[in-house]
Design a protein around this ligand. Structure first.
Ligand code: 2IP
Ligand code: CA
Ligand code: CA
Length: 377
């Protein structure tokens, strides 16, 4: 049996394949983009189809991992609920069945009358993935699966996934929006401590094959467990003048405080996962978010890779508070096993108070020092 890391990468590859399939196959693509016309009821159904892609990908990952590692069953969580309302208003529980035929029949109960779409999806769900990755195959870890739990974001940056823009030009290596910011994120954390341990970021739309014109993906992984720090990537070199990447929704005071630190070169990009990936790849030195608009499933996988590279993701409000009271210890990192008190629904798993993702501690320090003066943070 392959190890857990290899299984997580395999699951992310299958997820990436399904994400590509929904855009590549005409019957599925039509459902994905057909939203603009039609009745309200139809619009709602098409809106739901997008959620179906998300839900299905999450269920596939859950199914494949749970089958290979029974110890993980009941500990694999994700952004989506697997309950789905079909056009008749009935609730359908989306899951992977024993055979492609049964899965297709279940999907058809949601997608009726789109039989071809249901069959295409079911075939992809049941297809085995083989990884031709010698480096990954040679990694041997002894992390007991019964100590871990999983967070999945089946598609991060859904809006960009649906919008599907392919022609967004990168600025200094960072693509501000478009299909390439749609990512599959799978992170494993320690059930007891809530610390991220293993992370996979899969980029299903990394580039187009020049010959076939088909999308090609790539993936990155990282392990931070005890003394083990391993990654498919090497830590990027620090830039003398840091580059900070932000959400376009980030407010004026934060932009103003960080501007001078970056020589007034702030970068903007869509997708929480993509912004963390920019830090991992060294395209940016930090990602700052001042609000609780990301969730455990957005941050867990990239956070594990950042830790594997010697960095991390700190809870911004907590880190600033610790500074204010003169605490000189390491700032608090995000944890993944603790729901926010008093919150309901997805909010329970919001990274409240924002975050800073970084690789080099000097950049974290510089960012926190700059933000310490922002009123209200
Ligand atoms: C979203 C997505 C958004 C991001 C938001 C996430 O996840 O990554 O792009 O906002 O924080 O929760 P922004 O792009 O402003 O950073 P999803 O697409 O999975 O809902
Ligand atoms: Ca997300
Ligand atoms: Ca998502």
């Amino acid at each position: 049996m392959a190890g857990l890391l290899q299984a997580l990468v395999g699951a992310s590859e299958k997820a990436g394949t399904i994400a590509r399939l929904c855009r590549a196959e005409e019957p599925l693509f039509q459902l994905l983009v057909a939203e603009k016309s039609g009745t309200d009821k139809n619009r709602r159904f098409l809106q739901d189809f997008k959620t179906l892609a998300d839900v299905l990908i999450q269920e596939v990952i859950k199914h494949d991992l749970g089958k290979e590692f029974p110890e993980l069953q009941g500990h694999i969580h994700g952004e989506e609920s697997n309950e789905f309302k079909n056009r008749q208003g009935d609730t359908v529980v989306v899951r992977v069945c024993d055979t492609p035929g049964d899965t297709a029949a279940l999907l058809l109960s949601v997608l009726e009358p789109e039989r071809e779409a249901a069959e295409l999806l079911a075939a992809a769900v049941h297809r085995d993935v083989t990884l031709g990755d010698a480096e990954l195959a040679s990694v041997a870890l002894s992390i007991p699966p019964q100590d871990l739990a999983i967070w999945i974001d089946p598609i991060d940056s859904t809006n960009e996934y649906i919008g599907g823009r392919e022609d967004v030009a990168p600025i200094d290596g960072i693509t501000p929006a478009g299909l390439c910011s749609a990512l599959v994120l799978i992170g494993a954390y320690d059930r007891q401590t809530g610390c991220p341990v293993l992370g996979i970021i899969n980029e299903p739309f990394y580039c187009r094959d020049p010959l076939t014109h088909r999308w090609q993906g790539r993936y990155h992984w990282g392990v931070a467990y005890g003394d083990t720090q391993l990654s498919s990537l090497s830590p990027p070199p620090p830039r003398p003048t840091p580059c900070v990447v932000l959400s376009r929704a980030e407010g004026g005071p934060v932009r103003a405080a960080l501007g001078p630190l970056c020589g007034d070169r702030l970068c903007f990009a869509a997708g929480a996962g993509y912004k963390m990936l920019c830090v991992i790849l060294g395209l940016a030195d930090a990602y700052v978010l001042s609000e609780g608009s990301t969730f455990a499933w957005d941050a867990c996988a990239p956070h594990a890779i950042l830790r594997a590279l010697g960095g991390g993701a700190v809870a911004l409000a907590g880190a600033l508070q610790a500074r204010r009271v003169g605490d000189t210890g390491p700032p608090p990192e995000l944890v993944y096993n603790r729901p926010a008190e008093g919150a309901v629904g997805a909010k329970r798993w919001a990274n409240q108070g924002g975050l800073v993702a970084y690789v080099h501690p000097q950049h974290l320090e510089a960012v926190l020092a700059a933000l310490a003066t922002v009123p209200g943070l």
